[in-house]
Design a protein around this ligand. Structure first.
Ligand code: SF4
Ligand code: SF4
Length: 182
């Protein structure tokens, strides 16, 4: 069994009932991630987007999550409190089926980083700018099993391949597995 190590789990709780659709979170996030920092604000560059339908009083903040290489085979439709939401409305992925969560100039996928690039931030910027308190930041500590990371193995193998060449490595592994079996 591996050793236990402590991990900080960061969460932003979203209270949809408190969101008034002001979009201050989008502006703050896009300004923070502009180059140079705070030089511009364009919600299309934000890692949080607010699904808005003012006539139906719908405001749902959605955070950019993992990048999906392919679009889903099916679609989901939600009806909440009698209001129908569009297909893909709550999906956090940057995927080929829509422009959401893509950097407008390069098309590269965007993902919320909890503003980790700036350790001076006491809380994520969108949380600080949400004056309606619809975004609530929480941290908790969890103990997890330390495991040999695939990443480390991959880095090690990569450096061996760079040094000796892939054919030589494959040949050696094959020879080793034969001698282990015999
Ligand atoms: S800043 Fe808060 S209230 Fe305004 S749109 Fe974002 S989540 Fe909603
Ligand atoms: S936590 Fe930071 S990176 Fe994530 S959406 Fe909010 S402002 Fe953007």
């Amino acid at each position: 069994m591996g050793e236990k190590k402590k991990k900080i789990v960061k969460t932003i709780k979203i209270d949809v009932d408190k969101c008034n659709g002001c979009r201050a979170c989008e502006l703050a996030c896009s300004a923070f991630h502009a180059a140079p920092k705070y030089s511009s604000n364009n919600p299309a560059r934000s890692r949080i987007r607010v699904i808005r339908d003012p006539l139906k009083d719908i405001y749902v903040p959605v955070y950019a999550g993992e990048h999906a290489k392919a679009e889903c085979m099916g679609r989901d439709k939600y009806t909440i409190d009698g209001k129908e939401y569009e297909e893909c409305a709550f999906c956090r992925a940057s995927c080929p089926s829509r422009d959401l969560f893509k950097e407008p100039d390069s098309g590269l996928p965007l993902k919320c980083d909890m503003c980790e690039s700036d350790p001076a931030l006491s809380e994520p910027l969108c949380v600080q700018w949400c004056l309606a308190d619809a975004l609530i930041y929480e941290e908790r500590e969890e103990e997890v099993e330390e495991e040999v990371k695939g990443e480390e193995l991959e880095t090690g193998l990569e450096s061996l391949v760079n040094k000796y060449g892939l054919d030589k490595i494959m040949e050696t592994v094959a020879r080793m597995s034969i001698s282990k079996k015999s």
